[in-house]
Design a protein around this ligand. Structure first.
Ligand code: CUA
Length: 375
């Protein structure tokens, strides 16, 4: 038997407490990325399958480990014991341990297969008039496109913040423009891969109003962990109003600094990657035309978080705070690589790669003033 000295015992104790603490943090339903707080039917179905498999696994674990511990104690070697009885094979036991796992697997297969069919078949698919969104993975942000309510030949493009109407199935078409990403909203369901040149689809529904966290769940490069988005589940009326606002152009800047910023946005080449018009013609097919490399900025100043990471409002509040977004835009434009390491803008935009083209602080301020008008 291993005898632990005082110090080893303390280290072991701290390690055990650390592991328990880590497990508890991951499992608490109040955590914004916890799957134990299902807020829609798809997440409910996934949680149900998890629970069935977990508890069946727990019973198997206790039974097997219990049998091992029982055998170790009961049949331990005692002083004066000779060689144990030598046996080979035990038909009844071998049949039992073949049949019992087969029954357990058949039992867990029922909810698993039911769940797979439930998740694969939207209750209101797009061909029956269901709402559909295109979700497109980019390193490292999410692009979304809804059909334009004013013109079915157009789509409304936005980024990093998905709105969906309460209690309605949302059909999601998943794509990627670069590497494999995975679409996951822990409290609503997931994860389905976003694969280049191979569209996947899924459906989700939010049964509670509020804000939910989305996260890329497939390692996709250095800023994989920073590839996040927000989901707002809201009433149909609020959703319709939000989508109509997204479809409208932002007001023209009137402030002198903002007008300078708009001019600089053009001159510095920002518009080569970022569109400031939220409407895309379906006939364009979403190819990488000018303005579609980076996130669409038409309404960037209305987003709750900048680049999916920096909160533009106080915690829990769903309205943008001007001072916070101003500071965040400045932080981002000054050094995007510091916020989202490895991002394309920091690596490729001339204002960051060419020391002679670097943005002066006054230029950053002008760009911020312009971007603040894109509401
Ligand atoms: Cu995209 Cu990880």
């Amino acid at each position: 038997m291993v005898i632990l000295n005082h110090r080893s015992r303390r280290i072991a104790g701290v390690a055990v407490i650390g592991v328990i603490f880590a497990l508890m943090l991951g499992c608490t339903p109040s955590h914004f990325q916890s799957t134990f707080d299902a807020r829609g039917p798809v997440a409910d179905s996934q949680l149900f399958v998890f629970n069935v498999i977990f508890w069946v696994g727990a019973v198997v674990f206790v039974a097997v480990e219990g049998a091992i511990i029982y055998a170790v104690i009961k049949f331990r070697r005692r002083p004066g014991d000779g060689d144990p009885v030598q046996i080979h094979g035990h038909n009844r036991l071998e049949i039992a341990w073949t049949i019992v796992p087969a029954i357990i697997l058949a039992f867990t297969a029922v909810p698993t297969i039911q769940g797979i069919f439930f998740m694969a078949n939207s209750p209101v698919p797009p061909e029956r008039g269901g709402l559909e969104v295109d979700a497109i993975g980019h390193q490292w942000w999410f692009e979304f496109r809804y059909s334009n309510p004013n013109d079915p030949n157009q789509q409304v493009v936005f980024a990093n913040e998905l709105h969906m109407p309460l209690g309605e199935p949302l059909n999601i078409r998943l794509r990627s423009v670069d590497v494999i990403h995975s679409f996951w909203i822990p409290k609503l369901g997931g994860k389905v891969d976003m694969v280049p040149n191979n569209d996947n689809s899924m459906w989700l529904q939010g049964d509670f109003e509020g804000e939910f966290y989305g996260q890329c769940a497939e390692f996709c490069g250095v800023s994989h962990a920073n590839m996040r988005f927000k989901v707002i589940v809201e009433s149909r009326e609020n959703f319709n109003a939000w989508l109509l606002a997204q479809a409208m152009p932002a007001p023209e800047p009137v402030d002198v600094l903002a007008i300078q910023g708009k001019e600089l946005f053009r001159k510095a080449g920002c518009q080569g990657c970022h569109a400031t018009n939220s409407i895309m013609n379906l006939a364009d097919g979403g190819r990488r035309l000018p303005g579609r490399v980076g996130p669409n900025l038409s309404h960037v100043a209305s987003r709750l978080d900048l680049v999916g990471l920096l909160p533009n409002r106080e915690e829990g509040v769903l309205t943008v705070n001007d001072a916070m977004i101003q500071q965040n835009l400045k932080t981002w434009l000054t050094d995007p690589d510091d916020v989202k390491p490895g991002n394309i803008m920091g690596r490729q935009a001339k204002v960051y790669t060419d020391p002679d083209s670097r943005l002066e602080e006054s230029e950053v301020d002008a760009l911020v003033a312009y971007l603040m008008t894109l509401k």
